[in-house]
Ligand binder design. Structure first.
Ligand code: IMP
Length: 431
């Protein structure tokens, strides 16, 4: 019996939704452990399309517990609207099927406003390209020890004290950005108005997870974003504000590191990125255009066009290491169908020096010129392949080379958005 963490191995949007959905069917608990509603997962179950941002993918499948852990930052208004949308689609969400950690920090309206104001005020080259959802400011308040947390909604006086503490900081900041002070009383009233809808889901997640683990329940930890957006190991400062890497799964729900048995990294067969920041293998030519069109590379959360480029094996080798990946799920191989030649980045040239990993500073990252290895492409379609025999020889070679370069075996190969179109090598839950 294994507990599995799913993490994106690149800059997010690797196609986690399908894999998480496939795994969640056999999990007892599906837990989000970081990020917020900056994430976007599209699930297609029996022909119905579900768009999830804050809720774990497990919610659309009955009979299991979905968990929002303390490592997440939660916008309570967004939460309630996401729940309402899913209920309209016939999904049952009750305190029996959804539990939210009472120590989860809240994203409040002034966080979103600050996020957007700061981005708007940034000069070219310093913008992060955030989703504008207030994720960064909410995490800042958490580590600044002035967050309002889910459990604080239960008591008017406690809530007022927390808001006052936060506003000492935020009113000063807002004034500095030319915005008026926050309307304290209105904010408290707005929060109290939704408290009765949110609180039934709140509780000590760490305890529930401990009980579940002792009872041998299968836990699926659902990562959001990708390891290159990790606050410590990503392309800082062009990153999100949480730890995205697999180690966070334990901290983000209140379990010890021994709770994680299998780390599945989701790896797209090429590379994409939304938002600003270095991207060594980015293609600004027809090839990049073609990857974007064939791969439908538009953001689920913001609708932004994703930047596209060749597969960067050096970067994935790095995230395999920082997340301790046990296996990878390779997705969207079919997008590469029909390219005569394919390039894989195996390292970088930085001012005449050959590197096998991306340097830490953004300025140096931006100067890195990819060192490519070329491979022959394939003209046959790989879309919908369900066994290795269905794949052209050149595609198998590409996959094998990816495994070698990133130093991690393929556990799953996904060949279309349909969940059956998967080649299974190792079942993470049974490993
Ligand atoms: P934030 O998380 O909104 O602060 O945005 C920080 C960076 O992370 C930006 O480059 C975003 O485009 C990126 N980002 C955040 N969430 C996702 C995601 O789910 N997929 C891809 N990129 C994301």
């Amino acid at each position: 019996m294994a507990n599995v963490v799913v993490v994106g191995a690149q800059w997010g949007d690797e196609g986690k939704g399908k894999i998480v959905d496939w795994l969640s069917e056999r999990a007892d608990i599906v837990a989000r452990f970081q990020g917020g509603h900056n994430a976007g997962h599209t699930l297609v179950v029996d022909g119905t399309v579900y768009k999830l941002h804050a809720l774990p993918s497990g919610v659309v499948r009955g009979g299991k517990l979905s968990v929002i852990g303390n490592g997440v930052v939660l916008d309570p208004w967004h939460l309630l609207s996401e729940i309402a949308t899913l209920r309209d689609q016939g999904v049952e969400i009750t305190p029996d099927t959804l539990m939210i950690a009472e120590n989860t920090p809240l994203i409040l309206p002034f966080h979103g406003a600050l996020d957007r104001a700061r981005e708007a005020a940034s000069q070219a080259g310093t913008k992060i390209g955030t989703t504008g959802r207030g994720i960064g400011p909410a995490y800042e308040d958490k580590v600044g020890r002035r967050a309002v947390r889910v459990g604080d909604l239960a008591d008017r006086d406690v809530l007022a004290a927390r808001i006052d503490r936060a506003l000492v900081h935020h009113d000063a900041l807002q004034r500095g950005l030319g915005m008026g002070p926050v309307d304290r009383d209105a904010l408290i009233a707005d929060l109290l108005a939704i408290a009765t809808d949110v609180l039934p889901f709140a509780g000590p997640v760490w305890k529930r997870m401990d009980d579940a683990r002792r009872a041998g329940r299968r836990i699926l930890f659902e990562g959001a974003q990708g390891a290159l957006l990790d606050i410590d190991f990503g392309t800082y400062p062009f990153v999100t504000s949480s730890n995205v890497i697999a180690g966070q799964a334990a901290t983000g729900v209140g379990l010890g590191p021994g709770a994680i048995d299998f780390v599945l990294g989701i790896v797209k067969a090429y590379t994409t990125r939304v938002g600003e920041g270095p991207f060594p293998t980015e293609l600004l030519d027809e090839d990049g255009q073609r990857l974007g069109e064939r791969g439908h590379e538009f953001g689920t959360t913001t609708g932004r066009k994703r930047r596209c480029g060749w597969f960067d094996a050096a970067l994935v080798r790095q995230t395999v290491a920082t997340s301790g990946m046990t296996g990878i799920a390779l997705t969207k191989l079919d997008v590469l169908d029909g390219f005569a030649r394919l390039k894989l980045c195996v390292g970088y040239d930085l001012d005449g020096t050959r590197l096998d990993h991306l340097p830490t500073a953004a300025e140096a990252q931006a100067r890195c010129v990819p060192v490519y290895e070329e491979m022959e492409g394939w003209s046959d379609s790989t879309e919908g392949a369900r066994s290795w025999n269905d794949l052209p020889g050149a595609a198998v070679k590409y996959v094998r080379r990816v495994e070698e370069l990133v130093r991690c075996p393929v556990a799953l190969l996904s060949t279309s958005p349909e969940r059956e179109d998967t080649i299974l090598v190792t079942d993470p839950f049974e490993d």
